[in-house]
Structures are given as structure tokens and as C-alpha cells.
Design a protein around this ligand. Sequence first.
Ligand code: FMN
Length: 321
Amino acid sequence: MTDKQNSLFVFIEENNNDINLSVNIGKIHLENPVIMCSGTFGYGEEYGQFYNTALLGAVTTKSYSLKPEKGNPPPRICETPAGLLNSIGLQNDGIDCFIKKHFPEAERRGIKLILSLFGSDMDEFSELAYKVSEIKDKIVAIELNLSCPNVKEGGIAFSSVPADIKKIVRSVKRILKIPVIAKLSPNQHNLIEAAVAAEKGGAEAISIINTVVGMSVDIETFKPRLANVTGGLSGPAIKPIALAKVYSLAKEKILPVIGMGGIFSVEDALEFLIAGASAVGIGTANFIKYDIGVTIIDGLREYLKRRKIHDINEIIGRLEV
Ligand SMILES: Cc1cc2nc3c(=O)[nH]c(=O)nc-3n(C[C@H](O)[C@H](O)[C@H](O)COP(=O)(O)O)c2cc1C
């Protein structure tokens, strides 16, 4: 490297250091606000072959249950004009396998992990929390996927019942004593009530949104394109819905909000931050641009530099209405 290149490099480094991208989501500290969404990034093992996944703010794992789950029969993925429909059915290889196999690999790669959990009834959430005790000090937080059905109560989603949200958050928090994030569904009407319940249970933050219920029909075969008939819609089609939910929740200042849904570019991420999200989740975009996470981190830094803003926190929730 020539002296000129070297001094340019030092200049860029110093300039980058001038800009703060770190955020605090309650007690959760992240070096930058870019999180990979549950179910769309594995544990970083595959993506780690292409770039340094330790640079990401955090990676949320696929949602884990006590026992392995086979998921729904295929076809379980279907493209739509502006998004992806999936009915994976929470397939996972069980929490024991995560702890023994995937966690050590993620730890070796220096990934900041948010562990996503789901249960088929209240007790399963507590049992999962006990299992996680052995690695709890090495993860950033637990995310509770509350969009899943409560099997013992007729299959109604936990997120639709504020009392359930409070109970689950409280029990997991009591067992693990680390930050707990409640992930809520856009398919529920009582978002504010649900967030208040999560806060009362001791949650650190709310993640929204999970996928929006949707379906697609093959007019030649008269069959639904997903074997499960309906599935969850993600991607650009849901971005305006997600933004509105993030804004409506963030302005109530109940808990910090992690916003996700259709974020495909740095401009999308900025919209969520300005609307009030303390951090952003990138999901479906990972299937299209494998390095979208680091591209967005770089883009945030560039945006702040261009606007002469030194701290990302200065734009969070600064929507002018
Ligand atoms: C294939 C696929 C699998 C997903 N699996 C999970 C999951 O296991 N747990 C969860 O909480 N959300 C899951 N999600 C939802 C995402 O985490 C995210 O909330 C949603 O896709 C919206 O973000 P996006 O539009 O950027 O993808 C999944 C989404 C997709 C597309």
C-alpha cells in the first residue's frame, strides 16, 4: 500500500469511527441496529462462508421448540408479485440439537445471537427456558415467537391473548434473567394491549411484524399453491403494513420496538428507524441478496455521513407529523 493509500485508509477509518451506529434496545446493546430475522438466516453458518457475520448487529435463530418439528408438507414456498408466501410450519431440529451443534458454531464465528423460541403450550416455554440456562450468558436475548398456536387452548395464537403473553414472558424471564423480546403478529387487533402485557411480564422489547396471512391459487389445477392452503406473506408487499404497526407502537413508548417486514434496502431500514424502530430486522431480502445485512450497515453509515449526523440515535423516532 502506498503512503497516499495508507493515509486515505486511516482517514476513512477515523471518519467511520466518528459515526455511532450502536443502539440500546432497553438493556440490549448492539454495535449496529441491523438484525437478521428468525427463519431467514439459519444461524449464520451458510452466510458465514461469504462474509463476516460477526459484523451484524445480531442474528435471530430459527424458532426452536423442545422436540424436533418436521414442519408442513411441500410445497411450502410460493412467490407472489411483491413477496414470498411460506408455510414452513416452524420446522426445526429441536433445542438440544441447537445447543450441541449450532450454538458452538455460531459462537466460534463471533455471531451475536438472539435465540427464538416457541412452545405449543405455556409449559413448553418454561421447559425451553430451563434447557437454555447452560448457554444463557453467551446469547444476547431470547425472542419469543408468540404468533404460534396454543394447542391446549384450541389453537388460538398466544399473541392474541394478553394474559398469556404476560405469563410466558414472566416465566421465561424469571428462569433465565436475560433480556426477553416478545415477537408479535400483524394478524392481531390488540397490538397495544399485547405490548402492555409484554411490558408487564418484563420484556425488554417488542419485535414486529411476523408474516401476514395470505394465499395463492393455481388456476390450471384449481389447487392452492401451498399444501397448507394458507401461509405467511413476507417481503416488499408487507412493508407499508409493518411500518404502520411499528409507528403505532413506537409512539406509545411502551417498549422499544424492533421493526421488520419488507426491508430490502438502506432506504427501507431508514424509514423504520425514523418511524420509531430502535433496530431493524432483515428477512426475505437475505434470500435475494446474500450480503444485504452488511450492505445496509454500510449504507446507514454513508447516509449519516452525508447528512452530517454523528449518531444513529439522532434519527430514531424523529418522524415529523
Ligand atoms: C421462510 C421464512 C421462515 C420464517 N420463520 C420464522 C420463524 O421460525 N420464527 C419467527 O418468529 N418468524 C419467522 N419468519 C418471519 C420473519 O422472521 C419476519 O418476521 C417476516 O418474514 C417479515 O420480515 P421480511 O419481510 O423482511 O421477511 C419467517 C419468515 C420466512 C420468510
